[in-house]
Design a protein around this ligand. Sequence first.
Ligand SMILES: Cc1cc2nc3c(=O)[nH]c(=O)nc-3n(C[C@H](O)[C@H](O)[C@H](O)COP(=O)(O)OP(=O)(O)OC[C@H]3O[C@@H](n4cnc5c(N)ncnc54)[C@H](O)[C@@H]3O)c2cc1C
Length: 465
Amino acid sequence: MNTPLAQAVIVGAGPAGIRAAQTLVSKGLRPIVLDENARYGGQIYRQAPENFERSRKTLYSFEAGKADAVLNAMQALMPHMDYRPNTLVWNAEARCLDLLQNGQTSVVHYSALIMATGATDRVLPFLGWTLPGVFSLGGAQVALKFQGCAIGNSVVFAGTGPLLYLVAYQYAKAGGHVTAILDSAQLSDQLSALPDMMAQASVLAKGLYYVAWLMAHGVAIQRGAMPVQAIGDASVEQLIWRDQHGEHRIDCDAVATGYGLRSETQLADLLGCEFAYHPADRAWLPAKDSAGRSSVPGVYLAGDAVSIQGADAAEWSGERSAWALLMDQGLVLTDAEKARIQTLDQHIARRRTFGAGLTQAFPEPTQWPALTSNEVVICRCEEITAGEIREIAQASGALELNRLKAFTRVGMGRCQGRMCACAAAELLAHCTQQAPSQVGRLRGQAPIKPIPFEKALNANTEGPE
Ligand SMILES: Cc1cc2nc3c(=O)[nH]c(=O)nc-3n(C[C@H](O)[C@H](O)[C@H](O)COP(=O)(O)OP(=O)(O)OC[C@H]3O[C@@H](n4cnc5c(N)ncnc54)[C@H](O)[C@@H]3O)c2cc1C
């Protein structure tokens, strides 16, 4: 390379971040890798706590081989990078990140940054969703994978997306009782998506296996079904749900709910990356070129953080973004490296076709805003209901999400909109008769996750590392 690279920093030690780090290290760089989790692996390869190890076969099932490859690669990198677990990046500015590690704030400077921050659940609220016993789908999986416990003895899985069936399968396989799966998508959606999903036939086969296994074990799967109300005194005891035939009740002591995933984009937002609306994801996502370069020079985007494409694609795009970073620093590629990049690009393109199939198979339930009653809490941090959002949007004329936030405080609480922004946007679009793309997106604000107040005040006085 022509110019020595001062410092590359990677945020996120999931499959995308790990493959990015491996690529940088292979060319002699020593990246700093930051992750708020105690152990590396990200969401899919989340590891159990050190004092509660279980075999990789138990934790990852069919994915144990891939988990081995990714986690062992990270382990081998340890002497060649500066890996910082338990480190939250809570603010980002040009060339500088604010960190909170084990209760201490610090600042790290970078000359190139790969953002591999992953995703969280996309939640669509219903009456009673804030009752104890109602979890997000991802939360339900974390309980099982990390702590080895179930969220209840009799669990209903409600929402849509591949994770719905995967987590239900994981619960049933681990000995949990799956009372029902309520999928808002129709079987016809799923059948018509099969041709596109053949682009990754082995992944499709796994999905079909989970569904077949659940059915063979007597788990009821209802399609075109949406939760209406979780009922209970101290915690959930029943779920009312509806389909085309009307409303039904089911006894349960836990509900896991989620409608796909939403990318964690706040840091990219704070850095001033350009965003574009993606109708298939019903989300504003940071713009990037095919190699992962954002609109801000020196900032690269990889994995679920920029597009929900799953674990394999996260590995490919993590590696791809690292090659882009290296090339921008003056690396002249060998023929073998050029061929590798071409292969990565082909894999990523094929995964995009598969992703289009997934969107078709598990579409957003666009009827959700119309079905949501005024009493439903949308922003649980600030306790803002659908009725308040509708009323204030009408009274104030707020057509845009940040205006709505100013009038209602929706998205202003501890989660900073990570849980409620999707639902608030859908609701605002519906009640003001706009397309979801027209209501915009909540602007990122630091701290992007809760940190102790005194730390936020002192952070900027602690100086560079
Ligand atoms: C809860 C959940 C469970 C999932 N389970 C599965 C599964 O079982 N099978 C499957 O195929 N797919 C699963 N997925 C989809 C999964 O996200 C991808 O397949 C894959 O893990 C994406 O890899 P990634 O590296 O892009 O992101 P991730 O694996 O999500 O890794 C991102 C990492 O960034 C870290 N991070 C994020 N923000 C910050 C910050 N501000 N500061 C510091 N660190 C930060 C996180 O702690 C995390 O370790 C799951 C997704 C979620 C949200």
